[in-house]
Design a binder for this molecule. Structure first.
Ligand code: NAD
Length: 324
């Protein structure tokens, strides 16, 4: 007899693979689905289906009965080098929207009443994020909508999709807006990596006294959440009686220049920053954690340095493995 069950869509990805590990640790029976297996470690899932969730027949096959928990993390996504250049806009909207429509529709057919959906801080209006020292990312500030990327627009419409299923079909879907999640086993090279991983890689590859290239002037601000705390917030929200949308992010805001300095300190290197043109996104972004604290009685609290130390060490190991 299977006990509590979970379906993780996007289980081959960065956050999905960590989530599967956590659910297995808690004793759930887990089915993972993705286009690919996890890149760096074997999946902990009981069953892993390689399949394309844009396909209705694949969705019908993997959502074949009731699951106690469904986590919908599958998306066509990447860091600034992927979502802000404009070159992938049509794919990003088409692929992610099709996945979300399919997962919502087939879950309802199977009488699944709760899906967790991973939205993003990218839904927040660009006009509230022009001041790097004072961005407004309060959940209620999402409208009038003006995300700065098609990725953000798709996330916003899919939030509305899952909320509409709550209203019209009696579901109890949950929505989180993740803010820059980072940690071991995430993309760290190849174009889809995000700032912390890219900076760790560049610092690890540089010799002390050398140079590091940074996109833009480095004065743009962000906050970064270590993946373990993201998973903690995700499972807490999924099992709570609050539907969201709610931010899951850190509120320790730093400039990209400061992030580089922090990684250099961890590595024990001194590097000269060379600022070059590149996609940078909004000028400032920070997680506003008042709502999550009010509704869940919990908020992320780990310092950025601790997560960066673990991530730097992991990326250094990947580089050594590659060189061997
Ligand atoms: P990721 O790219 O590592 O994981 C997404 C996974 O979805 C990938 O493994 C990919 O293969 C899979 N996928 C894509 N298209 C698919 C398809 N058609 N069928 C089946 N699987 C498919 O990204 P992640 O960082 O783990 O992000 C997980 C979720 O969280 C995504 O929805 C992302 O938009 C959201 N999010 C992430 C961050 C972050 O900082 N990492 C921030 C905001 C929101």
């Amino acid at each position: 007899m299977r006990g509590k069950t979970a379906l993780v869509c996007g289980a081959g990805g960065f956050i999905g693979s960590h989530l599967v590990q956590r659910l297995k640790h808690e004793g759930l029976w887990v089915r993972g689905v993705d286009l690919k297996f996890p890149d760096y470690e074997e999946s902990a899932a009981d069953e892993f289906v390689i399949g394309d969730l844009r396909s209705q027949s694949v969705c019908e096959q993997v959502i074949d009965g009731r699951f106690d928990e469904v986590y919908q993390l599958a998306a066509d996504m990447g860091g600034a080098g992927y979502i802000f250049t404009g070159e992938h806009d049509a794919d990003i909207i088409h692929n992610s929207a099709t996945i979300n429509l399919n997962v919502a529709g087939f879950s309802r057919l199977r009488h699944i009443d709760r899906i967790f959906y991973s939205s993003s801080a990218c839904i927040y209006p660009a006009y509230n994020q022009e001041d790097p020292d004072n961005p407004n990312c309060r959940e209620s500030s999402a409208y009038p909508a003006a995300p700065d990327s098609e990725y953000g627009w798709e996330k916003l419409i899919s939030e509305r999709l899952f909320l509409a299923y709550n209203r019209n079909h009696g579901m109890t879907n949950r929505i989180a807006r993740y803010h820059n999640i980072f940690g071991p086993c995430g993309s760290w090279e190849g174009g889809k990596e995000k700032a912390p991983a890219a900076i760790c890689r560049k610092v690890a590859m540089a010799s002390s006294g050398g140079e590091i290239e940074i996109w833009g002037d480095g004065l743009q601000t962000r906050s970064f959440l270590y993946v373990d705390e993201c998973i903690e917030g995700t499972t807490r929200l999924t099992r709570s009686d609050f539907q969201g949308p709610v931010n899951i992010g850190s509120d320790e805001m730093v400039s990209i220049n400061t992030l580089v300095d922090m990684v250099c300190d961890i590595a024990g290197k001194r590097l000269h920053k060379r600022h070059i043109p590149g996609p940078t996104g909004v000028r400032g972004r920070n997680s506003d954690n008042r709502l999550i604290e009010e509704k869940l009685g919990w908020r992320p609290s780990q310092s950025l340095t601790i997560g960066l130390e673990k991530t730097y060490e992991w990326i250094e190991r990947q580089l050594m493995r590659k060189a061997a």
